[in-house]
Design a protein around this ligand. Structure first.
Ligand code: SAM
Length: 274
């Protein structure tokens, strides 16, 4: 182990990672990008000193952000991913045979290039002909489509830099309009442990648009606190009742039982979201 990397949640809470090797590093027009090989959890994408994904636990996050909405919608055909430049969410979405088009809107083309080279296990679906990569700001892109998507997945970085507006009320309003009348959106919504106030605000911003809004929880070891949230907004289907119970794709984390169980919230979170 030659280096240490410190991920700082605040001046009072930091996570120290041992690094075998820094494989790549660049300052892009949007953020500092690194690909590192951690002693624990292996190769990883790091943006602005925040761990985004590691090859050993990426499937916890990518399977749960993708399959929960895709197994709730009965026939997902057109899917939009905002962010997600590592390709992990697209890889999972494209496992669904019903899906005929995935638009992936990533602001930073350098993230895609670096992940294609150094994280091929995660970025392996960029050559799928159903995937259209659009290099653009998701906030601007989402203003155009009307009734176009069955599922919109917001796989953004944390609310800093170019991702701040991806957590705004106006953005969720535009997401709502981009969806068909039975559409579903899901967003990664941070740690309910360390960022409870933010998580609550986002939940209410999404529920201001969608008749059904539900948070679900996953443990992602490489994220600060491990405890991570997603928030789903739906125009019609209830992810706890309407999900398909016999998925026919290969998964390592997602199961139909876990799909349902992940919506069972600890009491303090139920209280927070009242
Ligand atoms: N799984 C990760 C997490 O929760 O830490 C997020 C994955 S990821 C690679 C997030 C991506 O969102 C980054 O590649 C970043 O460039 C992209 N992004 C940030 N702001 C964006 C915006 N306004 N429009 C489109 N993509 C954006």
């Amino acid at each position: 182990m030659s280096y240490q990397f410190v991920e700082e949640h605040s001046s009072a809470y930091k996570v120290q990672w041992g690094i075998n090797e820094v494989l790549y590093s660049e300052k892009t027009p949007y953020q500092n990008l690194s690909i590192v090989d951690f002693v624990e959890l292996g190769r990883a994408l790091v943006l602005d000193d925040a761990v985004q994904t590691t090859i050993q636990d990426e499937f916890y996050y990518h399977e749960m952000i993708a399959h929960v909405p895709l197994f709730t919608h009965p026939d997902p055909r057109d899917v939009l991913i905002i962010g997600g430049g590592d390709g992990g969410t697209a890889r999972e979405v494209l496992k669904h045979k019903s899906v005929r088009r995935v638009d992936l809107v990533e602001i930073d083309e350098r993230v895609i290039a670096a992940c294609k080279k150094y994280l091929p296990e995660i970025s392996c679906s960029f050559d799928d002909p159903r995937l259209n990569v659009i290099i653009a700001d998701g906030v601007e892109y989402i203003k155009r489509p009307e009734n176009e998507y069955d599922v919109v997945i917001i796989d953004s970085s944390d609310p800093v830099g170019p991702a701040i507006e991806l957590f705004s009320k106006d953005f969720y309003k535009d997401v709502y309009h981009s969806l068909r009348p039975d559409g579903i959106m899901v967003a990664q919504t941070d740690s309910p442990c360390f960022n409870a106030k933010f998580f609550k605000e986002i939940f209410f911003s999404i529920s201001a648009q969608f008749s059904l809004t539900k948070a679900y929880l996953v443990c992602v070891p490489s994220y600060i606190s491990g405890f991570w949230s997603f928030t789903l907004g739906s125009k019609k289907y209830n992810p706890v009742e309407d999900y398909r119970k016999e998925p026919v794709i290969a998964t390592r984390f997602y199961t139909p039982e876990l799909h349902k169980a992940s919506f069972v919230l600890p009491r303090f979170i139920e209280e927070l979201l009242k």
